[in-house]
Ligand binder design. Structure first.
Ligand SMILES: [Zn+2]
Length: 243
């Protein structure tokens, strides 16, 4: 009887600790080598699930804009034509790991972020990360170096686990399309705030959204201002405050 009473506060405190874990959104910018005076930005485009925004990809190809594509295994399997376009321009597009099934790096299937349930445990997180990496390697012949979890939100424990697997975790400093939900003029407003060193996030998997048109117009403005685009492949990044 006595021991049962003792157990209760312990259980309550561990439940409270689990509920207190707040996912973090990673904000990063490029760490530009000393002496770099030109305007440099990294464009990252997530291919979560869904389709392929051929108009946006064609715009990037025509303007010779480099981009890092975070693709899930699910997207790779569903979009062989889109994948072929990206692979045909390997000088522009670096394909990195966005997980196997677009599960957020949040521990606990009873927790969710932006409506997506978390992974059950660290074991499932590792399967999500390595399943995506294997798919990228099989599709491109090149092993990914970077990971971005679904929704871009991470439990601190999940972050450590992914980094211990050997991946760099990609954040961003400018959220250009809020999950492909923004109207063209909102996207433009956000891209007009881009500064050198920024890492931009938008989406390549929502052809019916305003993202393609808004990004094309906004990226053209950046080109006109003299910005050049790099991929994350060999980039160094530094944490920054949210904007
Ligand atoms: Zn995604």
């Amino acid at each position: 009887m006595k021991s049962a009473f003792l157990l209760i506060p312990v259980m309550l405190s561990s439940l409270a600790a689990a509920a207190d874990v707040q996912p973090v959104e990673l904000h990063q910018q490029l760490s530009l080598p000393a002496g770099v005076t030109d305007k440099v930005v990294a464009l990252t485009l997530d291919a979560c699930g869904g389709g392929f925004d051929a108009d946006l990809a064609n715009f990037l190809i025509e303007r010779r804009i480099q981009a890092t594509i975070f693709a899930t295994r699910r997207w790779i399997r569903r979009n062989p034509d889109g994948l072929a376009v990206l692979k045909a321009h390997a000088d522009l597009f670096d394909i990195e790991d966005h997980g196997a099934n677009h599960l957020p790096a949040i521990i606990g299937a009873d927790r969710s972020v932006y409506g997506l349930a978390g992974v059950a445990d660290l074991k499932q997180l590792k399967r999500e990360v390595s399943g995506g990496a294997d798919a990228v390697k099989a599709a491109t012949g090149t092993a990914p170096r970077w990971y971005r979890g679904a929704t871009g939100e991470y439990d601190p424990e999940a972050l450590k686990t992914i980094e211990a697997m050997g991946y760099k975790v990609a954040g961003f400093s400018v959220n250009a399309d809020s999950g492909a939900t923004l109207a063209k003029k909102q996207i433009l407003r956000r891209l007009k705030k881009v500064r050198s060193g920024d890492i931009i996030i938008a989406h390549l998997n929502k052809p019916a959204s305003d993202t393609g048109e808004g990004m094309a117009e906004g990226l053209q403005l950046l080109l006109d201002e003299g910005y050049r685009f790099v991929t994350l492949r060999d980039a160094q990044v530094v944490p920054v405050g949210g904007r």
